[in-house]
Ligand binder design. Structure first.
Ligand code: NAD
Length: 349
């Protein structure tokens, strides 16, 4: 082999080594996940996580230790059907060594006559107790918040945790996006994996569907040939069904659990395997679309260090206006829940 080719071969070899190392790091051994709150969401997520094989160790913490223990015992008995996973229970200190901490703890769901804001105030009391103690135990973990109102609770967690901002995210609209993709997949009779669409903004009533960028396999929705055109009336109905899905499920079974558990497994897997997957998690907006001072959902690259980058969707004007309105709804809710300092500090950045 001549010298030039040898050098070329060496360079290629070095490049392969580098990408092999990166791949190895990405595919590293499944680690330790701590789950705070073993209610409907926490327990269902624990089950889905154990079945997924994405974690080697799962720690369950609940203010009701018997409940955590019962769930852990039940989960122990599912381990023989899959990959080995060690299930532990304990206090907040048991989170030590966790790669990811998922917070689902909350003071129950909406009570009769209560607003979402009342729920934020009640859950803020829980978070002020939980977050500092868990951060003490697991200062290097990435934190994923599921407790509602999730955007406000993500802001509060960032405020209380005092760790790099990228390492705190909310499950945001990952669930709403899945609901939308399910509906679009059914409507166009394709695999949901080939539906690319995002719900952005608040995980809640002011959420926004980025219709202008939605596509199936790269083809815009209004260019897809179907016997009945996908018109504005149908689009609005689909937006409403997506937005109100949780209320419909809760009206029938009393709570939601499976889909949020699936969303959490997706987020946690992306972190643990350093997938750099694009997911619509909730994180602080810092100037995108002229917005600051709140956490909300936008498609973001999620990897080992948390939210690695927030992507800029080419939104049309009505979508930008709706997103600004959504940010305002979150901000109002956050301020009323006592997070004024967060919103003004983030705005000043
Ligand atoms: P749940 O009442 O069944 O469970 C909450 C659990 O938190 C209970 O087991 C409770 O004992 C525990 N807990 C309370 N205080 C605690 C503390 N200080 N430390 C440890 N544990 C504590 O409620 P759920 O149905 O599991 O819902 C949990 C949260 O998830 C709610 O806020 C709900 O609105 C939210 N949720 C979010 C999404 C989403 O997409 N983000 C979807 C569904 C539900």
């Amino acid at each position: 082999m001549n010298r030039g080719l040898t050098r070329l071969a060496n360079v290629r070899h070095a490049r392969c080594m580098r990408s092999d190392d990166t791949m190895k790091q990405r595919m590293r051994t499944p680690g330790r996940v701590a789950i705070i709150g073993a209610g409907h969401v926490g327990a269902t997520f624990a089950f889905a996580l154990v079945r997924s094989g994405a974690a080697a160790e799962v720690v369950i913490v609940d203010i009701d230790p018997a409940r955590a223990e019962g769930e852990a015992m039940d989960l122990d008995h599912v381990v023989p059907f899959g990959r080995p996973v060690r299930i532990e229970v304990g206090g907040y200190e048991a989170c030590a060594g966790a790669d990811v901490v998922v917070i689902t703890a909350g003071a129950g769901d909406l009570r009769k006559g209560e607003t979402r804001l009342d729920l934020a105030v009640r859950n803020a009391i829980v978070f002020r107790e939980v977050v500092p103690r868990v951060v003490d135990a697991a200062p290097d973990a990435v934190f994923v918040v599921a407790t509602n109102p999730v955007d406000v609770m993500t802001m509060l967690t960032r405020e209380l945790a005092g760790i790099a901002s990228s390492r705190v995210m909310g499950s945001g609209t990952v669930l709403d996006t899945a609901r939308l993709r399910f509906l679009l997949a059914k409507r166009f009779d394709v695999d949901a994996a080939n539906v690319h669409a995002h719900v952005i903004g608040e995980h809640g009533d002011s959420e926004v569907i980025a219709w202008s960028t939605a596509n199936v396999g790269g083809v815009q929705l209004d260019e897809l040939v179907t016997p009945i055109p996908f018109d504005d009336v149908e689009r609005d109905a689909m937006a409403r069904t997506t937005r109100e899905a949780a209320y419909e499920v809760i009206a029938r079974k009393g709570y939601t659990s499976f889909a949020i558990a699936g969303a959490l497994v997706r987020i946690v897997t992306a972190i643990m395997r350093d997938e750099r997957a694009v997911l619509s998690v909730s994180s602080p907006v810092s100037g995108a679309y002229g917005l600051t001072g709140v956490c909300l959902s936008l498609p973001s690259i999620v990897g080992r260090d948390g939210v690695e980058r927030v992507l800029n969707l080419a939104l049309d004007v009505p979508e930008r206006v709706a997103l600004a309105r959504s940010a305002e709804a979150i901000r109002a809710s956050a301020v009323s829940a006592g997070l004024d300092a967060f919103t003004s500090r983030e705005r000043a950045r």
